[in-house]
Design a protein around this ligand. Structure first.
Ligand code: UD1
Length: 431
């Protein structure tokens, strides 16, 4: 398996271009299933998860073509010849977001069979909210042999859905289902993440009326047919936040080109509390640190709160801050797998249930560490960039799921980082 070697201690200096958001591109790709016309997405990041979603859609019968584009890679998707309504275990197991095909397949074809995602590295992550909401819209749902069989032979009906928990994926699935349902659907306690709004804006372009975009109450007026559209995927706020943490921990000065400050307010506030200077520029965000970092207390929350997807990166940063910090994870259980690895690099972290007490140390030291999930992996990269000596990160396939050209982007700012390939790199022009 590939490894990443990093020799720490170089302050990052320069500019990094932020890619399109993985978590926006995945639901947008699934939205192609809602129409027999072509949906063209640009600024699509080239990542393992995008390839997985492409393969999933292809086996349903979608034709896909990746092309170079002025605004990043573009992807044309056409779902006029769908012949298979099953999302198989092998694909759903590798990427939970595969469950996003459920809503659109069911809404357009009255039928879908999707493998249950099963356990995952950051907790149980059920899909009960997705299923209950689809039932409220008239779907018949059966669970058999590890699969969800959903049927709506006479189509879905608009309904009022009150989620008892904020879920990004459930909000997206129901938004897509509601687009082709008869009548109006009201989604209460909807997720407000920018990626949900990006999907909603694309659905509007495809012909649906949606009120309340960006709020926790979405009202969708379903239509009989949707048409094609061209949509630019929003910038990846988590990638931007990750590079911001990398710049900050090394005492660097980096401009994040295309980063959207308006979508990263909680991350900017967290960095600022920790003594990092963050300012908006005409091209994005500039992040720099001159003095020592200082401890800060953080709690993960649904958007606009501090993102669970930034928790590991901030923990790496706070592990070398002056004083103590308290981190509380409220979204996922078991999302501190990076903590023991950071401890192996010299961090002083004590876990207690959903909380982590981080007592800042003057310096981290390089070590051999193991990546366990996407954001945990990048937190080890961030720690390694500031550590004394060499760090070797194993299982970097997790990073390939969510960070496009990570080594190249960091090396462009002076980082001493190298990937040791154990296999050939992914081919860029995959179908
Ligand atoms: C999305 C993101 C992921 C991010 C997460 C939270 C994508 C592809 N992934 O994941 O990067 O970490 O949002 O911001 O966009 N839950 C239930 N029942 C359900 C669905 C969710 O109990 O039916 C719970 C989950 O276990 C979790 C919480 O709700 O505790 C939030 O999960 P959710 O927002 O659904 O996460 P994802 O959409 O899977």
């Amino acid at each position: 398996m590939d490894k990443i070697h990093i020799i720490g201690g170089v302050p990052l200096k320069g500019a990094i271009t932020i890619s399109g958001a993985k978590n926006a591109a995945l639901p947008l790709m699934a939205a192609c299933l809602l129409t027999d016309e072509t949906l063209t997405l640009s600024n699509v990041p080239y990542l393992a998860d995008i390839v997985t979603m492409a393969n999933l859609l292809a086996q349903h019968g979608v034709t896909l073509s990746f092309r170079p584009h002025a605004q990043g890679r573009s992807l044309a998707l056409n779902a006029s010849k769908i012949h298979n309504f099953t999302a198989p275990y092998d694909l759903v197991r590798t990427m939970r977001a595969s469950v996003l095909v459920l809503g659109p397949l069911l809404a357009r074809f009255g039928e879908a069979k999707v493998s249950l995602p099963g356990g995952c590295a950051i907790g149980t992550r059920p899909i009960d909210l997705h299923l209950k909401a689809l039932e409220a819209m008239g779907a018949e749902i059966k669970l058999e042999d590890g699969y969800v069989h959903a049927r709506a032979p006479h189509g879905l009906q608009g309904a009022t859905i009150q989620f008892d928990k904020v879920s990004v994926g459930a909000t997206e699935n129901i938004l897509m289902a509601a687009a082709l349902a008869k009548g109006d659907t009201v989604i209460r306690n909807a997720a407000r993440e920018p990626e949900v709004s990006d999907l909603a804006h694309c659905l509007v372009q495809m012909g649906v009326k949606i009120d309340g975009i960006g709020s926790d109450e979405l009202r969708v007026s379903g239509v009989a047919q949707l048409h094609g559209a061209a949509h630019v995927v929003v910038a990846d706020r988590i990638e931007a936040g990750s590079f911001a943490a990398a710049a900050a921990i090394t005492g660097g000065d980096v401009e994040l080109l295309g980063a959207r400050a308006d979508m990263m307010q909680a991350t900017v506030a967290a960095l600022t509390d920790a003594g990092v200077t963050v300012s908006e520029t005409p091209r994005g965000l500039r992040v720099s640190t001159t003095g020592r970092l200082r401890g800060a207390d953080l709690m993960t929350q649904p958007y606009p709160g501090f993102a669970t997807d930034m928790q590991a990166q901030m923990m790496a940063l706070l592990s070398v801050a002056d004083g103590a910090s308290m981190m509380t994870e409220t979204i996922f259980e078991n999302r501190y797998m990076h903590a023991p690895e950071l401890t192996r690099m010299g961090a002083n972290i004590v876990l207690h249930g959903a909380s982590a007490l981080i007592r800042g140390v003057p310096k981290l030291r390089g070590a051999e560490v193991m990546a366990t999930d996407l954001r945990a992996s990048v937190s080890l990269v961030i720690a390694a960039l500031a550590a004394e000596g060499e760090t070797v990160i194993h299982r970097v396939y997790h990073l390939d799921r969510g960070y496009e050209r990570l080594e190249e982007k960091l090396a462009g700012c002076g980082a001493r980082i190298e990937r040791i390939w154990s296999r050939k790199p992914l081919q860029v022009e995959a179908a």
